[in-house]
Design a protein around this ligand. Structure first.
Ligand code: TNX
Length: 532
């Protein structure tokens, strides 16, 4: 199953690229480099993804990170202090030692100040202002999340080498800018299927780190499917001991203990990412059915499954034990999950009547609500009677009219943002049932135009799912997510009027040194004039 990707060298990429793209992606950015008065280190023009709402030149040419730089944080906010420490650790990779983090009021020359407080504009809970001048750097936001996003923007303004321990281009400079920024949508998600192939806690943490750089704020974990049950449920232990013991292709599978899951949730929360757990039901449940005979209508447990067909399994919707089971599972996961959502799946059920299906969804929706969470389901659930709080996640290209009744929607159109679709026919891994999804296809679409008849304010945002039937390693995950994921992040964050493909393609090209420094196994799409 394992495939190696042969990546074209930078030179091959450039040779293959159209001259126009080389111009847009390379020359325009490089010739914009300014020169600082104190020394000859070039300062590159600011390049940020997702594109900020507004970004102008700041006072002076650039801020130089000197050996005495300090990070100043508010005295009384643990979250902002943690963001300050993370920033200091990042900067420390390129300085002799990490900057000191100090509580207190601002400030003097040469400092980086993170401050909580109002702004002239209402930037909401996630917005921020970033001012870089030759004297100092200031990030200001109403809430810690905004500070975190301001720091992610700052991070992208730093030389890419800062991402790689041990590389020390001295002195480091940050171009002088004034950024005022806030997201278009509250939901900017990614989904990882840890069921078809299992990705362990360290791998999920790595994905969280990469998501955070692009201001993604939800990670939906697809924790169960036919091929594997991946989260420990104390009251139904066979789910993991048996149901978690394999994967697509027959590998050993795996699962998160409750302690590991809690740690993952906390790790993501420190990066302002909410984990959204999914237990897919009533279909996609072979792993559960194989673990407990009583969940089957005929009382007989099927064998474990390691193929990639869909639609054949279902919980027995007429048995009481099914709902006791669901209540236990939802209850345990809800207790481990501080985020407000629980995803109940609901996709691709081929063995129930529409009435059986709708009754099941309505019943499970109530169980989820009883455990204090808002329900989310794949778009098939729109045919049921939904509570106003329930969120419908659009995915099927053919889903249409029934979605206009949904009051709350997340958009994951498969032909745009399914990161498991091949880039082109020759992509060595991935599926293609929704077509090939090139880098431009995943970027050049407007959530407001996607579905007819849907109220604009019903759209909470976008989410990029990554299904793992054909993905075995983190290298595979990164290969499918990069370069498409940052584009989806920008669809979710940046104002529509500010977005355009040629401009985006140039900013994307400029990410290459950072991805290389981070060791990301990206697909170096030949249509992008990657900078090296
Ligand atoms: C459809 S999207 C599925 C998944 C598959 C995926 C592969 C959805 C709700 N169901 O079970 O993994 O296609 O692209």
């Amino acid at each position: 199953m394992r495939t190696r990707h042969t990546l074209p060298s930078a030179a091959t990429v450039l040779r293959r690229s159209a001259p126009l793209l080389v111009f847009l992606g390379g020359a325009a950015l490089l010739t914009a480099a300014a020169r600082n008065v104190q020394d000859d280190t070039p300062v590159r023009a600011p390049v940020v993804i997702p594109k900020p709402v507004s970004m102008e030149a700041g006072a002076g040419a650039a801020f130089t990170l000197g050996p005495d730089v300090r990070v100043v944080v508010p005295a009384d906010d643990a979250e902002v202090e943690r963001v300050g420490r993370a920033l200091a650790a990042l900067l420390g990779r390129a300085l002799e030692a990490p900057p000191l983090v100090e509580a207190g009021p601002a400030s003097g020359r040469g400092q980086i100040t993170l401050e909580l407080g109002g702004s002239h504009a209402d930037l909401g809970d996630e917005g921020y202002e970033l001012n870089v001048s030759s004297d100092d750097v200031r990030v200001r936001a109403a809430r810690p999340a905004g500070i975190f996003y301001g720091v992610q923007t700052l991070r992208q303004l730093l030389p890419a080498a800062v991402e790689h321990r041990g590389l020390r281009p001295q002195p480091m400079k940050i171009p002088a800018v004034r950024v005022v920024d806030s997201p278009r949508f509250p939901w900017r998600g990614a989904m990882l299927d840890v069921s078809r192939h299992f990705f362990g806690p360290a791998e999920v943490r790595r994905y969280v780190d990469l998501l955070a750089l692009y201001k993604i704020n939800r990670l939906h974990l697809h924790l169960s499917d036919d091929q594997g049950w991946r989260i420990e449920i104390a009251s139904w232990p066979n789910l993991t001991t048996h149901g978690g013991s394999t994967a697509v292709g027959g590998g050993p599978g795996g699962f998160y203990t409750q302690a590991e899951y809690r740690e993952l949730v906390a790790y993501a929360a420190e990066r302002f990412i909410t984990i959204v757990p999914e237990i897919d039901m009533p279909g996609h449940t072979n792993a559960a059915l194989a673990s407990y005979p009583e969940l089957n209508c005929d009382g007989a447990a099927p064998p474990l499954y390691s193929g990639i067909d869909v639609g054949f399994s279902s919980l027995c919707v007429d048995k009481d034990v099914t709902y006791r089971f669901i209540d236990d599972v939802v209850g345990e996961i809800a207790a481990l999950t501080p985020g407000q959502w629980f995803h109940l799946g609901g996709d691709e059920v081929k063995t129930l009547t529409p009435q059986q299906y709708a009754t099941f969804v309505e019943r499970v929706q109530e169980i989820v609500r009883r455990h204090g969470k808002e329900a989310i389901g794949w778009d098939e659930i729109a045919a049921s009677t939904l509570d106003p709080s329930t969120i419908v996640q659009h995915w099927r290209p053919e889903a249409g009219e029934e979605l206009s009744r949904a009051r709350r929607l997340i958009l994951s159109p498969a032909s745009r943002v399914y990161l498991d679709m091949k880039y082109h026919a020759g992509t060595p891994i991935g599926l293609n049932w929704a077509g090939n999804v090139g880098v431009e296809e995943s970027y050049a679409w407007d959530p407001s135009d996607l579905l007819e008849g849907v109220a604009r304010d019903a759209v909470l945002g976008v989410e990029a799912p990554l299904w793992s039937e054909t993905l075995v390693t983190m290298d595979d995950v990164e290969f499918m997510a990069f370069p498409r994921l940052p584009g989806v992040a920008e669809v979710g964050w940046s104002p529509e009027a500010a977005r355009g493909w040629p401009d985006y393609a140039a900013r994307l090209a400029a990410q290459a040194p950072r991805w290389s420094a981070l060791g990301i196994n990206a697909y170096w799409a030949p249509e992008i004039a990657w900078e090296r």
